[in-house]
Structures are given as C-alpha cells and as structure tokens.
Ligand binder design. Structure first.
Ligand code: IPM
Ligand code: MN
Length: 360
C-alpha cells in the first residue's frame, strides 16, 4: 500500500516521540513491502514563531492532501503561564480538527497485564480494563460562541449540539460496540443541561437500530466515580467534547501513565492520529518522554487502513519492550532507558508474525 503521511511534530516532546513512530513505520515498510511518503509541517507554538499562525495555510493544505496525519503534541509554557494571550498554540489543533471535520475522537484505554503494578489503583480494580471512549470532537462548548464583556468581568462559552452532530458519532460508537462486548454507556449531564437532553433523545432513537447492543446513560459526575471504582464495567463510552476530554485523561490514570495511550480523530475525508498526552515542555530534549503513545497511534493508523497484521506486529514489539522492561522512566519508576533507545528497540523488534511462527 502507498500512503502519504503528514508529520506534525508540534511542540515540546511532540517531535521526539513522533520520530520513534516514523522508525516503526519504516520497519513496517520494509517488513511488509509498503511505500509510505512522509512530509513534515509546522503547527502550534513552533509555527507561531515562524509565520505567526498556529496552523499555517500550507500545513492545512498538506493535511488535506495526505492520507493520514500523525500529530505529536501542542502547547508551550510561555502560553500556559499567560492566559491573556489571544493567539494560542492550542488553536492550531482545534482548527485542524474543525477544518478537517475530524468529529470522532476514539480513545482506547486498555490495561496491559505487564503493567498492573504501574497503576496507582489496586490491581483487582484495574485488571481487565478494556474500554474505548468515543469523544465528539468538533462541537459543544469548545466551539460555541465565546463572549467577554467590555469591562472583562463577565464571560461565556456556549455549549451547542445539533442532532446531526450527535447522530454521526453515535452511529460510529454503536458500530464499535457491536464489534466489541456489545455495551455502550452514554455519559452526559441530562439532569441539568439542555444539550445533554438532546444527546439522550437522539441516542435513544439510534439505539433502536442496534438491538444487540445493551446501552445505558450515566451522569458525568457518577461516570467519573465509576471509572475509578470499577473501570471493567465499561466497554464503549459515548460522550461530548468536554466530558470526553476530562474522562479520557482520567482513564489514563487506570493505566498509570498517560505516555502509553493513543487516539484517532476521524472525519469523513481525513484522519489524524495522536497521543493522549500533551507537549510536556519540561521534558523537551531530555530524551525521557515515553514514545509508546505515539507508536500506538501509528498502530491505530494502520488499523484505519485495514493493515491488521502490520498493526499487530507493532503491538507485539511494544509488548516485548514492556515485558523486558525496556521502558522510559514514567513506567515502573526505575528505568534508565531513553526515548530513542525504546524507539530503536521497538522498531527493531517488528517482524512479520507469520515468519515468526515459522521460525518457532
Ligand atoms: C486533548 C487536549 C486538547 C483538548 C487541548 C490541547 C486543546 O487536551 O486532545 O485532549 O482539550 O482537546
Ligand atoms: Mn485533553
């Protein structure tokens, strides 16, 4: 298969972790005889220091023309410490999502048996966790009208959803539930918010077309608690932009490191793959960031193109690194391995599993 892949490293540790993903993709090209073309482009704070814009026009154009986008991370300390700044690096990511119509953010949270001890929660609670969050990504309070009064003492952000926006992601989530353990939880705040009540009404209708999927609705406050008490009760979680942002970071606590979790942002024309984690500017250039979230994001990219064997070969190599404890310091505390070393190890352990089986 031939693919044109846009590489948007962005800020902080973004470019470092993305470089490890590219190593893995090059190994996939060689092992499975594919041809991937890579084109780099700036986004975020780094782009602002060049063109002044967090999403330069050329970057957006490249993304539109590419088969897939691999994204590193976005955000810089100088802006985090200055909430007054009108133009912000995060706008680069938000505009990309909006411009490309990437309405579904898919965030799997799966416990690896080798990492049970890494979770701050009890092993008996996290063992067997395997859930996936479908977060609506181009609507809601993130993109509603924003206002601040002239004297700066009153501000508002509107949370708005249409039936169409809800139903397109709801269908995706129900289809995923059908392929998985056939359970879906809609997370909302329908006891208070009108927009949540539209989610309930729309999802109740759509559920009728998926009779083999059992579904329930849960308020966000309760869902936050349930996710910590019994994460294994969840299969597919369907929720809006803001609740999904918070719940997915919370989900990463189950695994014990945000450095392990990938995500896919899917639209009708384009797809982007990025780690859960942010730009972690304190770690920039120190070779300590965990590349696995980025590498797993490339796994989701390969799966998106139906390249299951290729995807599995990377997953296997990551498991090999985890079981041999070739991991960065965020995992299991005592590791001495750097980002580069872990990336080399994983990419060098990518093999065609059939070949592997023949040898054994
Ligand atoms: C995420 C991030 C972004 C979001 C930020 C960087 C705008 O936290 O992808 O979860 O809030 O969506
Ligand atoms: Mn977030």
């Amino acid at each position: 298969m031939q693919l044109k892949i846009a590489l948007l490293g962005g800020d902080g540790i973004g470019p470092e972790v993305l470089a490890q993903s590219v190593k893995c993709l090059k190994a996939i090209e060689e092992t499975f005889n594919h041809k991937f073309e890579y084109v780099e482009a700036p986004v975020g704070a780094i782009a602002m220091s060049g063109s002044g814009k967090p999403l330069p026009n050329e970057t957006l154009k490249l993304c539109r023309e590419s088969d897939a986008i691999l994204f590193g991370a976005i955000g810089a300390l100088e802006y985090d410490n200055n909430p007054e700044a009108k133009v912000r690096p995060e706008q680069g990511l938000l505009s990309l999502r909006k411009e490309l119509g990437l309405f579904a953010n898919v965030r799997p949270v799966k416990m690896f048996p080798t990492l049970l001890k890494n979770s701050p929660l009890k092993e008996s609670i996290v063992l067997g966790t395997d859930l996936v969050i479908f977060r609506e990504l181009t609507g809601g309070i993130y993109f509603g009208e924003k206002n601040i009064s002239a004297d700066g003492t009153k501000a508002s952000d509107v949370c708005e959803y249409s039936e169409k926006e809800i139903s397109r992601i709801a269908h995706m989530a129900f289809k995923a539930a059908k392929r998985r353990r056939k359970k879906l939880t809609l997370v909302d705040k329908a006891n208070v918010l009108e927009s949540s009540r539209l989610w309930r009404k729309t999802v109740t209708e759509i559920a009728k077309s998926y009779p083999d999927v059992t579904w329930e609705a849960m308020f966000i406050d309760n869902a936050a608690v349930q996710m910590m008490l019994k994460p294994t009760q969840f299969d597919v979680i369907l929720t809006d932009n803001m609740f999904g942002d918070i719940l997915s970071d919370q989900g990463s606590v189950i695994i014990g490191s945000v450095g392990l979790l990938p995500s896919a942002s899917i639209g009708t024309e384009n797809a982007m793959f990025e780690p859960f984690h942010g730009s972690y500017p304190q770690a920039k250039g120190k070779n300590i960031a965990n590349p696995v979230a980025s590498i797993f994001s490339t796994v989701m990219m390969l799966q998106h193109f139906g390249l299951e064997e290729e995807a599995n070969s990377i997953v296997k190599a990551v498991h090999e690194s985890l079981s041999r404890k070739v991991v960065t310091p965020d995992i299991l505390g005592s590791s001495k391995y750097g980002t580069d070393y872990v990336g080399d190890f994983i990419s060098e352990h990518i093999v065609d599993s059939e070949e592997n089986l023949n040898i054994n």
